[in-house]
Design a protein around this ligand. Structure first.
Ligand code: CP
Length: 302
């Protein structure tokens, strides 16, 4: 039995197969409409979500399966003090596969050690968000044409943004990628990530102003400032509007630069940018359904 805790749990060859499957699902949905008949997905979300939870539910439903679960800790027996280990042991009798989001880093991993069914980490604290990374890689592969040979700028909250941490680790396995980290000093990329970049000899730089580097980018990955991870509201308010991508700033960018964002967006991308053909974040959210369909099939060995 396999779980997914980290994008690195899959080799790059396995990821290629997963993306090929996701692409085929997107082109031939009817072929896959019954592959999960009789199967059940549990979505155990101890933290808010729109895309991840609902795209998992959409994915399982489109595969012919069914879904059960909870969308907040307060409506589960976690509110009475139940551990994730006990919860997953019970849910192992109710479902065939589980997607779990938790505010505590490592909680889905703890669940996986006690689980009798595959567990997917749907985001754990500020740590990892592997299915978002699969979505991001699928988006880049499809719209950029390859998973290598580009310069990517990651902008915003690089300290608490788990999607950024997962994506960098995943991209480090591909060739000829230059990273530009754009953040205020307080939200710079954690040392454990730069240690990995240094160990792999990856080319990267850290800058503060988006305008100084936007012209060099093939991909711009915007992120919101993660209010829920701040220790005080004052710091959040000071930093939340540090970056706002506007049509004016986009005039400095390459004509074919892709703008990705894991969403939800707050203020960091002006709504006027949505009509720019370079803005692909809503397409990215759609790829998330196909990737999660492919992932469910892969982990259930269907
Ligand atoms: N991208 C993402 O994880 O969005 P949700 O928090 O809405 O699931």
């Amino acid at each position: 039995m396999r779980h997914l805790m980290n994008p690195l749990d899959f080799t790059t060859d396995e990821l290629e197969k997963l993306f090929d499957l996701a692409q085929d699902i997107s082109e031939n949905p009817a072929k896959y409409a019954h592959v999960c008949d009789g199967r059940i997905l549990a979505t155990c979300f101890y933290e808010p979500s729109t895309r991840t939870r609902l795209s998992f539910e959409s994915a399982m439903t489109r595969l012919g399966g069914r879904v059960l679960g909870f969308s907040e800790a307060s409506s589960s027996s976690a509110a009475k003090g139940e551990s994730v280990s006990d919860t997953i042991r019970v849910i192992s009798s109710y479902a065939d596969i589980c997607a779990m989001r938790h505010p505590k880093e490592g909680a889905p991993m703890v669940a996986a050690t006690r689980s009798l069914i595959p567990v997917i980490n749907a985001g754990d604290g500020g740590h990892q968000h592997p299915t978002q990374t699969l979505t991001d890689l699928m988006t880049i592969r499809t719209l950029n044409g390859s998973l290598g040979n580009f310069t990517i700028g990651l902008c915003g909250d690089l300290k608490f943004g788990r999607t950024v941490h997962s994506l960098i680790e995943a991209l480090l396995r591909y060739d000829n990628i230059k990273f530009i980290f754009i953040s205020p000093p307080e939200l710079r990329i954690p040392d454990y990530i730069t240690d990995q970049l240094n160990a792999k000899g990856a080319e990267y730089e850290e800058v503060i102003r988006l305008e100084d580097s936007i012209g060099d980018l093939d991909i711009l990955y915007m992120t919101r400032v993660q209010r829920e991870r701040f220790f005080n509201e004052e710091d959040y308010v000071r930093l939340k509007d540090f970056y706002i991508l506007t049509n004016e700033k986009l005039q400095l960018a390459k004509e074919k630069m892709l703008i990705l964002h894991p969403l939800p967006r707050v203020n960091e991308i002006s709504v006027e940018v949505d009509d720019d053909p370079r803005a692909v974040y809503f397409k990215q959210a759609k790829y998330g359904v196909y990737v999660r369909m492919a992932l469910i099939m892969t982990l259930l060995e269907l």
